[in-house]
Design a binder for this molecule. Structure first.
Ligand code: GLN
Length: 247
């Protein structure tokens, strides 16, 4: 049986709006293709984690308080995380996790949290705590050569700037900043986004894209995931897109 390994970072601290569901969706969609997804966890203070040993590194979203608590631990892991990124390990990061991989996050108390600095973007939140981007969001992405509408829910005070390669173009909602046209950040082995949902339950094609990337990296051969009956998911998507994109 084929096997992929995912590292779920700080699962107890970064899990807003069902973000852990992304790991479950990956597990389910792997299983339907005869792939075992082995789930490992990195918790605060763990010293032994070798990040290069995984196919996927996953971080969910979290409140300013949790981000503040884990920032030093994350910084202490920089060399191993950077090596994994350089090796082509896939990074999936949601909201608070997305912010922490950039240069810094200045939170709603005005406190600067040093990011891992893997990417050039940085994030600043208003000190007016009511000033947040909240609501459903739809963006258009380029996934596997075609356009794909990605649906989710955003709730962030942070405004992310200096994003060189956004994940998608905003069709409804805010994105990286208030009323922004760009959302998230992407590279060949990176999806960073503000979209909770959980992201992958609402956007199964994106889950399959990640699985294909990992299988191809592992085997060196083209991987086309066998189709799954996604009728329920597709019906939900149709409803949501109609509701959110019809003004
Ligand atoms: N605390 C961050 C912000 O408010 C991230 C929130 C989140 O992960 N939803 O911007």
């Amino acid at each position: 049986m084929d096997k992929l390994k995912i590292l779920h970072m700080y699962p107890a601290m970064l899990d807003l709006y069902g973000d852990s569901g992304n790991v479950e969706i990956l597990g389910y969609r792997c299983k339907m293709r005869g792939i075992e997804l082995e789930v490992h966890k990195h918790n605060l203070g763990d010293k032994e984690t070798d990040f290069t040993d995984f196919d996927i590194i996953y971080l969910g979203g979290g409140a300013d308080f949790e981000q503040q608590l884990l920032a030093d631990d994350l910084l202490s892991l920089k060399d191993s995380i950077k090596a994994a990124y350089d090796n082509g390990v896939y990074f999936l990061m949601i909201c608070g996790g997305y912010q922490l991989m950039g240069q810094y996050y200045k939170d709603s108390n005005g406190e600067k949290i040093t990011g891992l600095g893997l990417f050039d973007y940085y994030t600043v939140a208003s000190t007016d705590k009511r000033c947040r981007c909240i609501g459903n969001i739809v963006i258009e992405t380029e996934t596997d050569g075609g356009k794909y509408k990605v649906i989710g829910f955003e709730n962030h005070g942070g405004q992310t700037k200096n994003v060189s390669s956004p994940f998608g173009r905003v069709l409804a909602g805010n994105g990286n900043e208030f009323e922004c046209s760009a959302e998230g950040y992407t590279e060949r082995n990176v999806t960073a986004t503000y979209l909770h949902g959980p992201l992958l339950s609402k956007n199964p094609k994106l889950a399959d894209h990640i699985i294909s990337y990992c299988m191809e990296r592992k085997t060196g051969e083209k991987y086309v995931p066998a189709p799954i009956n996604d009728k329920l998911e597709e019906d939900c998507r149709r409803q949501l897109l109609e509701r959110l994109l019809t003004k």
